[in-house]
Design a protein around this ligand. Structure first.
Ligand code: NAP
Ligand code: FE
Length: 363
């Protein structure tokens, strides 16, 4: 087994106030990176600026990170943080902001970086210290060494580097209350996708499978509530948040499988939220593993005492109605993207590009 995860995880309601002393330890100037509304609507931005004011820490705010952030915006935020002479950066938002803040922290310490150099991971200086405050409960980006960005060609492409780990992450589940219902469901189903894609993965280990099993165990009943459009209470929200962190820890070890890499295309071209786009293929993963590795698949569902068909129905019921069917031409144009693709190769077993072709035809 091999695992390195240096981020200090602090979760729970009111967690920022409880551990506010970490902020002055990081310096006197803070650059805040966020998006249009999540920081403000969640209350996280107000809580953060109150702490910064209390310790007379100067700050400036960049609030132009969009969903599926562009590399261009990460560079802009990083350069601004550099000009501001930030001692540290705080990212406040959903997975998009957290991912963007990781790359921006690298750029803040290496302002000459271009998109090409970022993807080559050719930087010299260690990034500016980073704190992440999540406002969604799904990506687990708080604890991963991954930054997913949209490149100049409009393609979602990630970098993986130990330099991208945050120093601290504050997870206050109350910041997720303000999420609109479709974002809440999409992010929760993203967490399930991570937990499953990590389990049914050629790189899984005893450690990653422990994260996956416990994550699914606690998340599943909450997904059942979401499917019934029931409000989540404080304990439910904390459970979903914790499951998303377990998902992040799991995929940090294994990476994701074909569902995520296919999902990216459906976000790029059909503007589906990330969680929904990836979960379009979760049932295909469960079928593939059931048909090809029945013992491994059955053992997973036996341990969890969850019925496989019931899980598939639940996933379908959480997905939005879509009219997406790919033409044969579109499928053939897409397939080169999945030849020699690491996420396809990671799928537990020996998945081929022909399997992907069939999956896309069934959509
Ligand atoms: P998101 O893209 O960060 O946010 C989705 C939408 O929800 C945005 O419109 C945002 O509004 C809104 N929102 C977020 N929090 C809110 C809150 N508390 N109240 C009200 N509105 C809120 O969603 P996400 O699913 O968390 O992140 C998806 C991104 O993460 C994708 O780019 C995906 O590729 C990436 N990802 C990364 C990893 C990793 O390991 N690094 C893992 C999985 C996914 P505003 O934009 O207006 O603020
Ligand atoms: Fe994801």
């Amino acid at each position: 087994m091999k695992h390195y995860m240096p981020t200090r995880i602090l979760t729970g309601t009111g967690i920022l106030q409880k551990h506010k002393k970490v902020f002055p330890e990081l310096g006197k100037r803070c650059y805040i990176i966020t998006s249009k509304s999540s920081g403000r609507l969640s209350g996280a931005l107000d809580d953060l600026t109150a702490v910064l004011n209390e310790y007379s820490i100067g700050y400036d705010i960049y609030d132009r990170i969009s969903q599926n952030p562009t590399v261009v915006s990460c560079i802009e935020a990083g350069k601004n943080a550099n000009s501001f002479k930030a001692d540290f950066i705080v990212g406040v938002g959903g997975g998009s902001v957290l991912d963007a803040s990781k790359t921006a922290a690298v750029v803040a310490a290496n302002p000459e970086l271009t998109e090409e150099l970022i993807y080559k991971q050719a930087w010299e200086n260690k990034p500016v210290p980073l704190i992440l405050i999540g406002t969604t409960a799904g990506t687990g980006s708080e604890v991963t060494y991954v930054s997913v960005m949209t490149n100049k060609d409009g393609i979602k492409k990630s970098i993986h580097n130990d330099d991208l780990y945050a120093v601290y992450t504050f997870g206050d589940p109350s910041y997720t209350i303000s999420m609109p219902e479709h974002v809440r469901i999409s992010t929760a189903i993203d967490a399930l996708a991570h937990l499953l894609e990590s389990y049914f993965n050629n790189s899984s280990s005893d450690l990653s499978r422990a994260f996956s099993l416990q994550g699914v165990r606690i998340l599943y009943p909450k997904l059942q509530l979401l499917a019934k459009h029931q409000e989540l209470n404080e304990e439910d929200r904390e459970t979903v948040y914790n499951a998303s962190i377990l998902g992040g820890l799991a995929i940090n070890i294994t990476g994701t499988v074909f569902c995520h890499t296919l999902g990216y295309y459906f976000t790029e071209h059909y503007h589906l939220l990330h969680g929904f786009a990836c979960a379009l293929f979760t049932n295909e993963l469960l079928d593939y593993e059931y048909n090809n590795h029945r013992d491994y698949c059955d053992a997973f569902f036996d341990v969890l005492q969850i019925d496989r068909s019931e899980m598939k129905e639940l996933i379908s019921s959480l997905l939005p109605e879509t009219e997406i069917h790919l033409t044969e031409e579109e499928i053939q144009a897409l397939l080169p993207r999945y030849t020699n693709n690491n996420s396809v190769k990671n799928t537990y077993g020996t998945m081929s590009v022909n399997d992907i072709e069939e999956i896309l035809r069934r959509l």
